[in-house]
Design a protein around this ligand. Sequence first.
Ligand code: DX5
Ligand code: ZN
Length: 218
Amino acid sequence: MTHPTIIAPSILAADWGCLHEQIRAVQEAGADWLHLDVMDGHLVENISFGPAFCDCVAEAATVPLDVHLMITRPDTFWPRFAKVAKNITIHTESSCDVAATLRAIRAAGIGCGITLKPGTPFASVEPFLADVDLVLVMTVEPGYGGQPFIPEMMEKVRAARDARESRELGYRIEVDGGINAVTGKVSIGAGADTLVAGTSVFAAPDMAAAIRAIRGVD
Ligand code: DX5
Ligand code: ZN
């Protein structure tokens, strides 16, 4: 099963001083989803924003919100994002019952995703594949935008694609970190269908052209 390509600009790279203008502009420019990078300073070496900021994004958003919880306790915090999120993705490295948390998110009628850091083997997410709507392969060490793409992560994207085919599953395959027109093409070629892009979109002089280039239509 394959999916149409989704481009999900990461709000982490937006100018928060004019947040709602940036959201309207990137939606105008063709964003399919908005990606929200929540960081707690424990699971990753940075603190970004929390539920209140996501609620503020939701006030201006007209596209679905794709929430990426880079936090150690998604089991206790995911409900705080439930009102606004289309999907909530949690890390396999988090300190909780991951399977139970994924079940709880899905039971709330929200898409659930599993993700893994570059140093974590793909095998760590295999137990969850039958119970998720999305597999997110981190293509940078999570914590900061603007880092270089790690090409070795395409092995995990291919593994996710092969597992989806062989087990007749239906999840989306998302990549996140260092995605631009070049690395987006490589990722789609390996099997990714959902592309998070922060810097390459928000730092672009023409966001619509940047999104089209990542989508590969131009
Ligand atoms: C990093 C975040 C990514 C990041 C992507 O921890 O998960 O979503 O914001 O930003 P770029 O596209 O600038 O690498
Ligand atoms: Zn992210």
